[in-house]
Design a protein around this ligand. Structure first.
Ligand SMILES: [Zn+2]
Length: 265
């Protein structure tokens, strides 16, 4: 497998690592020295799209990713001889991969008709160029919603949130490894935001089972758990945007606009 393809196939895992496991890794991946040391890249591995100088644009893949409220692109300037750097990095951050599976997914993405690609689950979509437009639309919505709150969700907030929930999953109550979960999903239907009050600790199982459901739908029948999350939101003054028709309309418009612009390219 070509190094570029390999990096692209594993980018979603690296981004998940930045989102869920390390608060500092995203900043480091945007740093030129860190990227040189860890990947032998001559440019920062990730760069927020708002700060890409136009002369560097061609050194970054066009696919965009959402990391910690920012829309980024990844450096495409990889050399085959440097694959070992990337493999070593994956090992260090604990990303497992199955080269055979990656190869076959890649092959499938080339042979499958487009309509089948868009029916694949959201997480897998990021690996396929075929659904880049849908991705860009959802990313834009996520980006707008993430930036609506002026507050940033800091490492300190995350520690406080976990301790508020007694270091247990807000959904099933188990004490397991916890990841950051948006109780109200960040999308144009539910209008959740990435800020204090809407972020709750969740175990990985609940996090993936809940997917893009609202926490009240996911917890249907568990009224106490719903009430606990609602009480937490209230304590943190988090007022959900869900009934805000104006915001919904703006997002819907932006969503359609991106679709139109990208289909013309
Ligand atoms: Zn759980």
């Amino acid at each position: 497998m070509k190094i570029g393809r390999f990096v692209q196939a594993l980018l979603p895992e690296i981004i998940e690592y930045c989102e869920q496991k390390s608060h500092n890794e995203f900043g480091r991946l945007c740093d030129a020295d860190y990227s040189k040391r860890n990947f032998n890249l001559n440019f920062p591995f990730l760069v927020p799209i708002i700060s890409i100088p136009s002369d560097l644009s061609k050194r970054y893949w066009t696919q965009v990713y959402m990391v910690r409220g920012q829309t980024v692109r990844a450096c495409s300037q990889w050399f085959e001889k440097d694959a070992a750097y990337f493999v070593k990095y994956l090992k260090r951050i604990g990303v497992d991969y199955d080269l055979f599976k990656l190869e076959s997914e890649l092959l499938e993405s080339r042979t499958k008709p487009l309509h089948e690609l868009s029916a694949t689950p959201a997480r897998a979509n990021s690996r396929y160029r075929g659904n880049a437009i849908g991705n860009a639309q959802n990313l834009l919505v996520r980006n707008i919603l993430s930036n609506l709150g002026t507050e940033q969700f800091s490492e300190e907030d995350w520690q406080a949130t976990k301790s508020y929930f007694n270091h247990q999953c807000a959904y099933c109550g188990r004490s397991k490894e916890l990841v950051i979960e948006h109780a109200i999903p960040i999308n144009k239907v539910y209008l959740g935001e990435h800020r204090l009050g809407n972020l709750v600790p969740s175990c990985r199982e609940c996090n993936s089972a809940k997917a893009s459901k609202d926490f009240r739908d996911f917890l249907e029948g568990h009224d106490e758990k719903i009430a606990a999350i609602e009480a937490y939101m209230e304590e943190k003054n988090y007022v959900p945007l869900e009934n805000n028709e104006q915001v919904s309309r703006i997002l819907e418009m932006a969503y359609r606009e991106v679709g139109t612009v990208l289909s013309d390219i």
